[in-house]
Design a protein around this ligand. Structure first.
Ligand SMILES: [Zn+2]
Ligand SMILES: [Zn+2]
Length: 177
Protein backbone atom coordinates (compact mmCIF):
# COMPACT_ATOMS: atom_id res chain seq x y z
CA UNK A 1 0.00 0.00 0.00
CA UNK A 2 1.36 3.40 -0.99
CA UNK A 3 1.38 6.74 0.76
CA UNK A 4 -0.19 9.89 -0.66
CA UNK A 5 0.10 13.46 0.55
CA UNK A 6 -2.74 15.68 -0.67
CA UNK A 7 -1.68 19.31 -0.40
CA UNK A 8 -4.68 21.67 -0.31
CA UNK A 9 -3.53 24.57 -2.48
CA UNK A 10 -4.39 27.07 0.26
CA UNK A 11 -1.68 25.55 2.51
CA UNK A 12 1.78 27.11 2.73
CA UNK A 13 3.16 27.29 -0.81
CA UNK A 14 6.70 26.52 -1.95
CA UNK A 15 7.49 23.90 0.71
CA UNK A 16 5.64 20.93 -0.77
CA UNK A 17 8.67 19.22 -2.30
CA UNK A 18 11.02 19.50 0.70
CA UNK A 19 8.25 18.29 3.02
CA UNK A 20 7.56 15.33 0.71
CA UNK A 21 11.27 14.51 0.52
CA UNK A 22 11.83 14.65 4.29
CA UNK A 23 8.72 12.57 5.07
CA UNK A 24 9.80 9.97 2.53
CA UNK A 25 13.32 9.83 4.02
CA UNK A 26 12.08 9.60 7.63
CA UNK A 27 9.51 6.88 6.92
CA UNK A 28 11.78 5.09 4.47
CA UNK A 29 9.16 4.73 1.72
CA UNK A 30 8.28 6.58 -1.45
CA UNK A 31 5.56 9.18 -0.93
CA UNK A 32 3.36 10.52 -3.72
CA UNK A 33 2.48 14.21 -3.67
CA UNK A 34 -0.83 15.50 -5.04
CA UNK A 35 -1.00 19.26 -5.50
CA UNK A 36 -4.69 19.43 -4.75
CA UNK A 37 -7.59 21.81 -4.93
CA UNK A 38 -9.46 23.27 -2.00
CA UNK A 39 -10.24 20.02 -0.21
CA UNK A 40 -13.96 19.76 0.60
CA UNK A 41 -13.89 20.15 4.38
CA UNK A 42 -16.74 19.74 6.80
CA UNK A 43 -17.22 20.21 10.52
CA UNK A 44 -16.63 23.96 10.86
CA UNK A 45 -17.44 25.25 14.35
CA UNK A 46 -18.48 28.91 14.08
CA UNK A 47 -17.77 29.85 17.67
CA UNK A 48 -14.41 28.09 17.92
CA UNK A 49 -13.56 29.12 14.36
CA UNK A 50 -11.95 25.73 13.95
CA UNK A 51 -12.76 22.51 12.16
CA UNK A 52 -13.59 19.29 13.96
CA UNK A 53 -10.68 17.04 13.02
CA UNK A 54 -12.78 13.88 13.36
CA UNK A 55 -15.22 15.13 10.74
CA UNK A 56 -12.38 16.03 8.40
CA UNK A 57 -11.14 12.44 8.73
CA UNK A 58 -14.66 11.24 7.82
CA UNK A 59 -14.58 13.47 4.77
CA UNK A 60 -11.19 12.08 3.73
CA UNK A 61 -12.62 8.58 3.97
CA UNK A 62 -15.47 9.59 1.64
CA UNK A 63 -13.00 11.26 -0.75
CA UNK A 64 -10.91 8.08 -0.87
CA UNK A 65 -13.96 5.96 -1.63
CA UNK A 66 -15.15 8.33 -4.34
CA UNK A 67 -11.75 8.32 -6.03
CA UNK A 68 -10.93 4.66 -5.44
CA UNK A 69 -7.83 5.51 -3.36
CA UNK A 70 -6.55 2.62 -1.24
CA UNK A 71 -3.30 4.26 -0.15
CA UNK A 72 -2.53 5.80 3.20
CA UNK A 73 -3.70 9.37 2.78
CA UNK A 74 -2.36 12.49 4.50
CA UNK A 75 -4.24 15.74 3.91
CA UNK A 76 -2.41 19.04 4.53
CA UNK A 77 -4.65 22.04 5.19
CA UNK A 78 -4.10 25.58 6.52
CA UNK A 79 -7.23 25.53 8.70
CA UNK A 80 -7.05 25.24 12.48
CA UNK A 81 -8.50 22.01 13.87
CA UNK A 82 -9.60 20.61 17.22
CA UNK A 83 -10.38 17.12 18.46
CA UNK A 84 -12.70 15.65 21.09
CA UNK A 85 -10.11 15.83 23.82
CA UNK A 86 -8.05 18.86 22.76
CA UNK A 87 -8.63 22.56 22.15
CA UNK A 88 -6.37 22.24 19.15
CA UNK A 89 -4.30 19.59 17.43
CA UNK A 90 -1.45 19.86 14.94
CA UNK A 91 -2.80 16.76 13.25
CA UNK A 92 -4.97 13.71 13.61
CA UNK A 93 -4.96 10.16 12.24
CA UNK A 94 -7.36 7.23 12.10
CA UNK A 95 -5.46 4.11 11.16
CA UNK A 96 -8.58 1.94 10.62
CA UNK A 97 -9.34 3.92 7.45
CA UNK A 98 -5.80 4.98 6.53
CA UNK A 99 -6.64 8.67 6.80
CA UNK A 100 -4.82 11.55 8.47
CA UNK A 101 -4.74 15.34 8.44
CA UNK A 102 -2.14 17.95 9.35
CA UNK A 103 -3.00 21.59 9.92
CA UNK A 104 -0.26 24.13 9.25
CA UNK A 105 -2.22 26.86 11.09
CA UNK A 106 -0.28 26.59 14.36
CA UNK A 107 2.97 25.45 12.74
CA UNK A 108 3.64 28.88 11.28
CA UNK A 109 5.59 31.41 13.31
CA UNK A 110 3.16 34.08 12.15
CA UNK A 111 0.41 32.49 14.24
CA UNK A 112 2.39 33.48 17.35
CA UNK A 113 3.26 36.95 16.07
CA UNK A 114 6.82 35.92 15.15
CA UNK A 115 8.56 36.51 11.82
CA UNK A 116 8.02 33.74 9.29
CA UNK A 117 10.73 31.10 8.94
CA UNK A 118 10.66 28.85 5.89
CA UNK A 119 13.03 26.26 7.40
CA UNK A 120 10.96 25.92 10.55
CA UNK A 121 7.67 25.51 8.71
CA UNK A 122 9.24 22.81 6.52
CA UNK A 123 10.63 20.96 9.57
CA UNK A 124 7.40 21.21 11.53
CA UNK A 125 5.12 20.15 8.69
CA UNK A 126 7.40 17.23 7.81
CA UNK A 127 7.70 16.01 11.41
CA UNK A 128 3.98 16.32 12.04
CA UNK A 129 3.19 14.63 8.72
CA UNK A 130 5.59 11.76 9.45
CA UNK A 131 4.02 11.40 12.92
CA UNK A 132 0.48 11.06 11.56
CA UNK A 133 1.64 8.65 8.85
CA UNK A 134 3.41 6.69 11.60
CA UNK A 135 -0.01 6.17 13.18
CA UNK A 136 -1.40 4.98 9.84
CA UNK A 137 1.46 2.47 9.69
CA UNK A 138 0.36 1.10 13.06
CA UNK A 139 2.59 2.99 15.50
CA UNK A 140 1.39 4.48 18.78
CA UNK A 141 2.75 7.33 20.84
CA UNK A 142 6.28 7.03 22.19
CA UNK A 143 7.80 8.41 25.38
CA UNK A 144 11.15 9.35 23.80
CA UNK A 145 10.99 13.15 23.42
CA UNK A 146 13.14 13.19 20.28
CA UNK A 147 11.17 10.44 18.50
CA UNK A 148 8.75 11.28 15.69
CA UNK A 149 6.04 9.33 17.55
CA UNK A 150 6.32 11.50 20.68
CA UNK A 151 3.08 13.46 21.14
CA UNK A 152 4.00 17.15 21.42
CA UNK A 153 1.84 19.31 23.68
CA UNK A 154 3.38 22.51 22.35
CA UNK A 155 5.31 23.92 19.44
CA UNK A 156 8.57 23.81 21.41
CA UNK A 157 8.05 20.10 22.06
CA UNK A 158 7.45 19.60 18.35
CA UNK A 159 10.64 21.54 17.55
CA UNK A 160 12.59 19.39 20.01
CA UNK A 161 11.72 16.23 18.06
CA UNK A 162 14.25 14.93 15.57
CA UNK A 163 13.68 13.67 12.06
CA UNK A 164 13.76 10.06 13.19
CA UNK A 165 11.91 7.13 14.70
CA UNK A 166 13.62 5.84 17.85
CA UNK A 167 14.98 2.27 17.51
CA UNK A 168 11.92 0.75 19.20
CA UNK A 169 9.47 2.58 16.90
CA UNK A 170 11.58 1.82 13.85
CA UNK A 171 11.28 -1.90 14.58
CA UNK A 172 7.50 -1.59 14.38
CA UNK A 173 7.53 0.17 11.01
CA UNK A 174 6.49 -2.15 8.20
CA UNK A 175 9.43 -3.34 6.07
CA UNK A 176 10.35 -1.09 3.19
CA UNK A 177 9.24 -2.49 -0.13
ZN1 LIG B 1 -0.10 11.13 17.54
ZN1 LIG C 1 9.74 6.12 19.49
Amino acid sequence: MGIVIYWDYRSVDGIQLPVQRIISAVIGSPVELILGDHFPLEGYHRIRRQYDGGRIINRISLFKRLHGIQDHFLLVIPDDIYADSSDFVFGLARDSIGSAVVSTARLENEYYGLPGDIHLIIERTAKEGAHELGHLLGLEHCSVPECIMYRPESLSELDRKERYFCPECRLQLPPIR
